[in-house]
Design a protein around this ligand. Structure first.
Ligand SMILES: [Mg+2]
Ligand SMILES: [Zn+2]
Length: 188
């Protein structure tokens, strides 16, 4: 089964301003065509797994229960439009905690691969920041950068600097829907 890992903030939903956090459902806003992209991936037989850093929990800004509520509503909205999310993995830890799950570490992808029997070399990871790209590449997946969320900033980062520890996205797309169109056409 084909697998696409998706970062959440900046890929599925808008990043709150000033690098803020989505603390409750009222602050969650889908990016245009993100649900349509997930529906088309689902219809084409892709398994879709969300991989998200949520250090707002470790920072005390919202709770695991708040996050579970956001994710159950997000999944319900996606299902209403015909898409499926197979699993959500999140890192709740503060950046200083030194955990193994927070991106750019590949821990969440490796765990998801183990739990869902995924061949990472055939999987894709779509994200909007360099830490997504690094995590995906360290896990052995093909990585795509999207220009939604913090993607434009990330894009200039890649243009200006060549020292991203050698991690660079395989392809760059305007948004998740454009990445999806490419996958459905080219990923056989
Ligand atoms: Mg993001
Ligand atoms: Zn963690």
């Amino acid at each position: 089964m084909k697998t696409v890992f998706l970062d959440r903030d900046g890929v599925i939903n808008r990043n709150p301003p000033n690098k803020g956090y989505v603390r409750k459902w009222a602050e969650f806003a889908f990016i245009p065509n993100a649900r349509k992209a997930i529906r088309e991936l689902t219809e084409s037989g892709y398994r879709i797994i969300v991989i998200t850093n949520q250090s707002g929990i470790g920072r005390g800004l919202y709770s695991e229960e708040d996050l579970a509520d956001i994710h159950s509503r997000m999944i319900a909205e996606i299902e209403k439009t015909g898409g499926t999310i197979d699993a959500v993995y999140y890192c709740p830890h503060h950046p200083d905690a030194g955990c193994e799950c927070r991106k750019p570490k590949p821990g969440m992808l490796i765990r998801a691969a183990r739990e869902h029997n995924i061949e990472l070399s055939k999987a894709y990871f779509i994200g909007d920041v360099p830490t997504d790209i690094e995590a995906g590449q360290r896990a052995g997946a093909t990585t795509f950068l999207v220009l939604t969320g913090l993607g434009q900033e990330s894009y200039y980062h890649y243009i200006r600097r060549t020292d991203q520890n050698g991690y660079r996205p395989e392809k760059i797309f305007t948004n998740l829907y454009a990445a999806t169109r490419w996958l459905l056409k080219n990923d056989s």
